[in-house]
Ligand binder design. Structure first.
Ligand SMILES: [Zn+2]
Length: 131
């Protein structure tokens, strides 16, 4: 199963929770033919599928319970190392983006707080007894 760009299979467009769309270019050193992409929901095609439970099934295979946060699709299955590693790559990418978004949000909140503090000082609304 694949939902990759038809013209260039190495380019993947991902819509982040923040609404921003990014293009991820993958340089593949091995063909993925026949390998299912576990991060893609088979029901709604969301790329945010994540494992909610996993266990080592031995023999380089893993039992995973996958869940789509978008449509609540869920599946438990047994997957090979390559499938799980590809899923991990996507989770790492998602985590990196979330941390970057969080840092931008924290920065924006700090600026807003400093602006409010400055305005309150200007208006003489902050007095020594506030501290
Ligand atoms: Zn879904």
């Amino acid at each position: 199963m694949s939902h990759k760009n038809e013209h260039n299979p190495a380019v993947r467009r991902i819509v982040l929770p923040s609404g921003r769309m990014i293009e991820v270019i993958r340089y593949q050193d091995k063909p993925e033919t026949g390998t299912r992409e576990l991060h893609i929901c088979p029901t709604c095609e969301s790329q945010l599928v994540q494992p909610v439970a996993w266990s080592d099934a031995g023999d380089d295979r893993w039992d995973l319970t996958l869940e789509c946060p978008n449509c609540c699709w869920t599946e438990t299955g047994n997957f090979d190392r390559q499938e799980v590693e590809i899923l991990e790559d996507h989770l790492d990418e998602g985590l990196g983006e979330m941390i970057a978004d969080l840092q931008r949000l924290t920065h924006a909140n700090m600026i807003a707080e400093i602006d409010r503090f400055g305005a309150a000082l200007e208006a003489n609304l902050i007095l020594p007894e506030d501290f």
